[in-house]
Design a protein around this ligand. Structure first.
Ligand SMILES: [Zn+2]
Ligand SMILES: [Zn+2]
Length: 96
């Protein structure tokens, strides 16, 4: 599904992040509860927790915790959670 929005972010749902509720009528679905906090999160900064890491850019987001941007190392604490990766795209936020 795609959202008509000014946000330049693109969200790639990693395997199974949407749970079992996927259906073809995605346009009619209500936005998930994590969408708004996700859009208010600023990504691609350096992780405060893992500032000394080379791969500490925060481009992940945990849909269960909704606690802000996460780097790949942060994500290891959310292994059993539903996490998504955020990438910059042209002008539309899309949930694949
Ligand atoms: Zn989590
Ligand atoms: Zn981190």
């Amino acid at each position: 599904m795609a959202i008509d929005d000014e946000s330049p972010l693109r969200v790639n749902i990693r395997g199974g992040a949407m749970g079992g509720g996927q259906c073809e009528g995605a346009e009619n679905q209500r936005w998930p509860p994590w969408l708004k906090p996700l859009l208010e999160t600023s990504f691609f900064g350096q992780c405060k927790v893992h500032a000394d890491s080379h791969k500490s850019e925060c481009n992940m987001y945990c849909l269960d915790c909704m606690n802000g941007a996460l780097c790949s190392q942060c994500l290891s604490y959310h292994r059993d959670h539903h996490a998504i990766q955020v990438t910059i795209s042209s002008s539309t936020l899309a949930l694949d």
